[in-house]
Design a protein around this ligand. Sequence first.
Ligand code: HAM
Length: 419
Amino acid sequence: MINRARGTRDILHPQSALYQKIRAISFSLLNANNYQQIILPTYEYQQTFSSLGESSDVVHKEMFTFPDRKGRSLALRPEGTMGVVRAVCQNKLANDQHFLKLYYWANMFRYERPQRGRYREFWQLGVELINAQGVRADFELLQLAKLLLEKVGVTDFSFSINYLGDEQTRERYKVLLQQSLQGKLDLLCEDCTRRYEKNPLRIMDCEECNQLEELPSYHTVLQATDVAYLANITSLLDNMQFTYVLDQKIVRGLDYYTGIVFEVKLTNRKRTLLGGGRYDTLFSKFTNGARRLPAVGFALGVDRLVDFLEETALTKSNDNRIDLLLLALDEKADCQLFTLKEQLLKLESALSLEVNLNYLNKKKTFELINTYNPQFVLTIGTKELNSSSFTLKRTSDRREFLITEKNAAALINEIIKSE
Ligand code: HAM
């Protein structure tokens, strides 16, 4: 037997229903906020992702790359922001006046060491607000992220916020960090010793090394305008009673961030559930200066959210329960069975229903009630065929409702929906 590839998963029911639920809740929230869905290609030319930073792990060692038949190097998308930037430029989407609001629901691929909550193929809900600058735009994104988690039913989470400033500011911090660790490299883990030269900022991501006392405070390198911005956004957050902590260790794993950066963790969990920030120079870098669009965005790790919802039983145990089981007790009833099914499914808010597809004996057919645990059962046998009426039975108290064939679907729908 051939098994699935390492780091991938088969997402089966009822877990897949949770993905569906998160997707439905987030799409409805984002559509209501005037965001539009963008469906991105699963793979791009590898250069699309080079602005993620030659020193970032995603580019350095985690990308799935392969040549096409003409030898061009392609990569499975490791994240969505770069694809969005490419698509906005290629389709000339953002004009000068208006902001552009996009979201995507997509599987991403990173060649990481698989563990629970860390997969080689994983799902993200990404949100990007392009051509909008300043506190208001940043706050909209933070508020959306919070609302999204609350709507899914998660309340125990915390926002950590930091401000990275522009590239010069980051450079200043890198130098300061390197100076502070000079001659003390033996204090760093193996990965961070490598990072010290190439990408010292990433040392702040390492849960072991970011605890070192030697690390200088990020805010010492910020400029007056950065400090003023931080004061403005934190004042809005405080006035909105938005709970967050300022955490100078948040630097994010991708190199394109310029202003505010943020991460969300679930209480008592190690892994980050959602991460994002501002990337005001990425468009310019991607187009060699031809397009300059300020932007801010975030991505939610859907698999981590699903794992959490499963573990904490925030999901209702009777989520799988169907509304109606239609049972044909005779082959002659097939036409009525499928006519009624079609009429029911055509109604605007369709009921969840099932029919007995296998030709079983009467006893086995009735056993299906235990399998599907429906709220209502409707049987169609010789008696019903002769009288052109059906009996709808409520399973909780066995109460019966007589339904005549005319308008049957509407009537059944009304009874079940009024439950
Ligand atoms: P990221 O922090 O690399 O950011 O990923 C966002 C989220 O995706 C993480 O917080 C985590 O929940 C989830 N995630 C990342 N890697 C894995 C993995 N191997 N397995 C399971 N879940 C994972 C970005 O991707 C940016 N594009 C976010 C962004 C959008 N920034 C601005 N706009």
